[in-house]
Design a binder for this molecule. Sequence first.
Ligand code: ATP
Length: 374
Amino acid sequence: MPARSADDMPLLRIEGVSKKFGTFPAVDGLSLDIRTGEFFALLGPSGCGKTTLLRMLAGFETPDEGRILLGGRDIAPVLPHERPVNMMFQNYALFPHLSVRDNIAFGLKRAGMARAAIDTRVAEMVALVKLDGMEKRKPDQLSGGQKQRVALARSLARRPKVLLLDEPLAALDKKLRESTQLELMELQRRLGMTFIVVTHDQEEAMTMANRIGVMDAGRLQQVATPRDLYEAPASRWVAEFVGDVNLFNGDVTSRDHRRLTIATRDGGAIVVSEPREPVTRTVVSVAIRPEKVKMSRRGPAPDAAGSQAINRLEGVVADVSYLGGSTVYKVKLDSGAVVRSSVANTARFDTDTYDAGQRVVAWFTPDDCVVLER
Ligand code: ATP
């Protein structure tokens, strides 16, 4: 086998890292590789251990077990301020008595950089985050978005190899959060730096990150691109945590030419395409995203899915939620189960809509179903 070149090495390797607080395992045997230039998001519910993991990377917490390698070297002995890793805190942690300029310059001064070099670097950072003209202001003379930029400039000033961002946009309102997401992405691409962002907001993770690690109870449940996470969730938990999903529990009753028939608990049957990894268990869940569930009054046209068999479910519209870009219909099936269908509103004042109480057919193809073993 050829020797691995340095280029194959991940920038950051987390190897079986655990951290307990008392007897509580906040991070539990977690392994993960992150490559140079990645925008990586750690996504998970509150308390799942995201911040603890980030703090271990920054050096503010010491792992009880496992190793963290940066460029192939164990960073355990390296003090936080000597690591080429910097952290931007959720509440920004700006010094209230220092000006914008001095906040940005703080780490540079501590590192012993010469005054002229500091001035040049601060000017560069101020331009980078578009704070020109605000250098003399104190944090309490800035808006939330401007404070966020100062914190960002301060954490980038020492040109770390890896920037850790703990809920960087949580304090901003929705509109500002969205525009700042785009700015962060643009900045990360321009600098070619590795960003690891912690968030519990899945839309934010999906918008910004190249890859997402979904965490629960101190462990990684899945690491994948945003698309794979959504289209091919590895478990029921991930399917439910990332986006909206319809789940049917059932048993595999037959298998024919890569098609599985699953008898569902409500007495129906769903035909699904067998995934690449063959399904070995008989007790499974079938996940189908609401936008993959089509709706019509009479059901699909005969050629609606080419040669595909179609899963056809009949029922009555129980609930309608108009969301602007789409409308979500909750359909109570004749079997008693409920299925949600999300229909894109493609035309202004669409006439192809359904009202509560109306009988409809909901349908979807075997290829759009994800089989999850239980
Ligand atoms: P959030 O999104 O709410 O910030 P998180 O996923 O970042 O959550 P952590 O802050 O890493 O979660 O915390 C993980 C678990 O460890 C939580 O149950 C928390 O209460 C606990 N924990 C964190 N820090 C400490 C500490 N210093 N002492 C004791 N328990 C702690």
